[in-house]
Design a protein around this ligand. Structure first.
Ligand code: S3P
Length: 172
């Protein structure tokens, strides 16, 4: 069964777009971070704080494997780091998986993330003025994995409906 997987950096809009896209396609939508939180019984921030990032990445890999093997069509919003760990990018090359990289510029990401630092464990200890350099470097490190996606859709200066229309045109 078909899995439409949205990936991209924190703040690129994966969850918002996945929800609207799933409504358009009349299929179910699952947010991987929420799935992990339900499975683990802890928030992502608690998992990072209490068990560490390596443990989180292990649960993330298990959860992605579970979702990709569900016997239904699904739209799945990944976490920002999901394609970059545990060879998850190879799972995304599976025959029934269509992956879409929601590509945002550094400027867009800085603007969106600067008001949400506290809720995101990877950037929670940064000062706002450190964010542009951090994102630039991190995005560069992750870019190889993000560009393995089947399709890329730019999200800068677009409304969620515009982005969903662009994704649907890639799927057509
Ligand atoms: C992460 C992104 C987060 C979450 C975790 C790690 C990352 O997801 O999975 O905090 O490594 O970029 P979002 O991209 O949905 O914020």
């Amino acid at each position: 069964m078909r899995k439409i997987v949205l990936l991209g950096y924190m703040g690129c809009g994966k969850s918002t777009i996945a929800e609207i896209l799933a409504q358009n396609l009349h299929i179910e939508y699952i947010d991987l971070d929420q799935y992990i939180e339900r499975k683990a019984g802890f928030s992502i921030a608690e998992l990072f704080a209490n068990r560490g990032e390596i443990h989180f990445r292990k649960i993330e890999h298990e959860s992605l494997t579970e979702l990709l093997s569900q016997p239904t069509d699904l739209v799945i919003a990944l976490g920002g780091g999901t394609p970059c760990y545990a060879n998850n990018h190879l799972l995304l090359n599976g025959p029934d998986v269509i992956s879409i990289y929601l590509k945002a510029s550094i400027g867009t990401l800085v603007e969106r993330l600067s008001s949400e630092l506290a809720t995101r464990p990877l950037v929670a200890n940064l000062k706002p003025d450190q964010l542009p350099d951090y994102i630039a470097k991190h995005l560069f490190d992750r870019s190889y994995f993000y560009h393995q996606a089947t399709h890329t859709v730019s999200v800068d200066n677009k409304t969620p409906d515009d982005i969903v229309a662009d994704v649907l045109s890639k799927l057509a």
